[in-house]
Ligand binder design. Sequence first.
Ligand SMILES: *Cc1c(COP(=O)(O)O)cnc(C)c1O
Length: 381
Amino acid sequence: MSNPEQSRRPDGSTYGDGTRCVHAGLPEPVPGEPFLPGPVFAAPYHLDPVGGPEAAPNGYGRPDNPTRRRLEAAIGELEGGDCLAFASGQAAITAVLLSVLRPGDRVLLPTDGYFPVRGFATETLVGMGVRVDFVPTAGPYPALDGVRLVLVETPANPGLDVCDVAELAVRAHAAGALLAVDNTTATPLGQRPLDLGADLVVASGTKALTGHSDLLLGYVASRCAELLDPVRSWRTTTGSIPSAFDAWLAHRSLATLDLRLARQSANAAAVAGALRSRPEVTGVRWPGLPDDPSYPVASAQMRRVPGVVSFDLGDADRVARFLTHSRLVFAATSFGGLHTTADRRAQWGDDVSAGFVRLSCGVEDTADLLADLGAALDAAG
Ligand SMILES: *Cc1c(COP(=O)(O)O)cnc(C)c1O
C-alpha cells in the first residue's frame, strides 16, 4: 500500500472518496516536478555495472515499471490491499485462476457473470483437469467443502444480481476455500471486498474505474503476499502487463472517479425510475431501487450503486430503433464510461433475452438524458 499517512486527515480519520481519488498513488511533492509524473517509457534501464539489477529499482519493463507502480499504489490504496496491474480484466482474472488452481481442484464460478470467464473455464480450466461448477450470483450456494476457489461477481454483469460477500467469505474460509470477488461493476468506491473478508479482488479497469473508454486494464488486489506472489510471477512470465502509457492514463483518470460515479449513479436512479413508467419496458433492474431483488444486500454491502441499469425492450428490432433514434445513447459494449451507452447483450452471446439491454449511464446532465431516452422510446414505438 502507498503511504498510509496520505490517506488520513490530521485527526487520524480517513479522507473522503474525492480526496482519496485525487491523491491516491501520487509521489511526495518535489518542487519543479509534476503532481503525477509522466509515463516512463523504457524496456531496459541503465544497470549499475557493478551491483547489477539489485542496485536499482528498475531493470526491465516486463517485471516492473515506475508508472505502473504508482498506478498500483493508487488502486491498492482504494481497494485496501496490494495491487498488481494487468493488460486487461481478462488477463487479471485468468492469472488468478491459473495461478491458484491445479488439476483436481474444484472452482465455483457465476452462471450469470462476465461470459468470457465462463468460456475460459469450460475450455481451458476443464481441459487442465479442474472441476468447474456454476452457481447463480444470487444463490443458493452449495456446500463449499472440497472447493479450492469461489469467484463471485457482484453486482453481476449484465443481470445486476448481487451476493453477500461477508457471508460467503465466512462460508468459504470454514470450508478451506478462497474467495475472489470481481469488483469491476462496483469499483473500490462502491465496495471494498477485502474489508468484507474476500481473499482476492479481480477487476477490469477498462470500465468505470478509468471511465474514459480509451484503454484496457485489469488488476488483482489482496492483503495476502502468499496469494499475490504467484500472481506476480505469472504476470512476469506471461507478460500480461499494461503499457506505461495506459497505466498513466488510468492513474490520471482515477482522480475523477468519485465525481464520475456520483453523476452516473444519480443518472441511473433517474433513468431506472423513468424506464419503470414506460409500458413497453419490462424487467428494469437497478440495485438502488428499493424493490429491486438486489436492494437488501446491495444497500447493506455497497457504499454506492453503479450507473448500470438493465431492462428489456421485447425484441431486437425495438432495441435497434431505440438506439437509432437516441442522440445521447451510443450503441456500444463495455460500460462505466463518461458517455451513456447501451448494449443489446444477446448479440454477444450472453444468456439473456433478445430485447435485453444493458444501459450504462454516463455523466451527461440528467434532464438531457431523460428527455433523450423518452423521445427515443417514443420513436421506437
Ligand atoms: C469487462 C469485464 C471483464 C473483462 O475485462 P477486460 O478489461 O475487457 O478484459 C471482467 N469482468 C467483468 C465484470 C467485466 O465487466
